[in-house]
Design a protein around this ligand. Sequence first.
Ligand code: XIL
Length: 325
Amino acid sequence: MGVAVSAGSETNSIFRNDGGIDRTLIQQHFSQLTAGNIMKMSYLHPSENTYTFEHADQLVNFALENNISIHGHTLIWHSDYQIPTWMKNYTGDYATLLQEHVQNITSYYAGRVVSWDVVNEAFADDGDSNAINGYRNSLWYQKLGPGYIEQAFIAADAADPVADLYYNDYNLEGGQQKFDYVLAMVDDFKARDIPIDGVGFQMHINIEWPSESQIKNAFQQVVNRGLKVKITELDIPVNTYANPDKYQTFTAEAAERQKDKYREVVAAYLDVVPPELRGGITVWGLYDSDSWLIDLHGRPDWPLLFNDLRQAKPAFDGFVEGLSD
Ligand code: XIL
């Protein structure tokens, strides 16, 4: 049971002066932490010969002192704001850059980080006209072709053979073609002995979508391949893309529907994924106004388990009921 947190000098950092309330909440309810941002590329590797681990170390140390594990997020990502400028302008050999980046960070945290999102979001959304054979047309793809994904997994495995290595992405569980590409990659990796331990389902979903059967079917596909399933970034907003303005306030009805969806997701996970393949369930933020969706959607969507007073919402009860179903 994990949660993504802000740390370092981020506005909502759990280490800010009045962050004790958040640290207490974490200690009470969670057994794993993911850095919402501060372990991404530009934070840890801002220039070619500089790695900045101080903020991440503070988070990792807090976790380990409290018997909480750390899931590392993320070694290789396309996101423009997270590829440091020096990487974009690099004139040397990109294969070496990628290998050293992955290896240096993974080996630094070996023994302290239990699992990594090795590559994040390498496949394109359905309908993306820039896609190339399903792959996202990212800097990494442009420089190295699809082989960059396996190069990252091989480098991470060499640096930390113990940590669980995940491929992580969103929109995998709603029947998208994107998921077929991910599964084909997994099959190919297994056939060629490329190290991979699991698939991370971000699961930025909503109270109406996807359906329970779609979610179960997606988990099952990964289980069938003997890989771990990890829900890495769960949030369940009450407004949807189809109906973005439905809830202007967080009504009791919205709270109940959200509770039902949290219960459904957790119960589906436990139903389909056998214990040895459970990588865990992580919620993407602590309390509603801590959610990244507020900036993304420009509206409050109340997607998380706690309200801003850090009180458990019905969603929390739904999560617990899902665990005990
Ligand atoms: C988000 C963070 O939550 C935001 O604070 C940041 O501004 C952008 O990135 N998929 C991912 C995460 O893998 O890294 C993203 O996190 C959310 C979507």
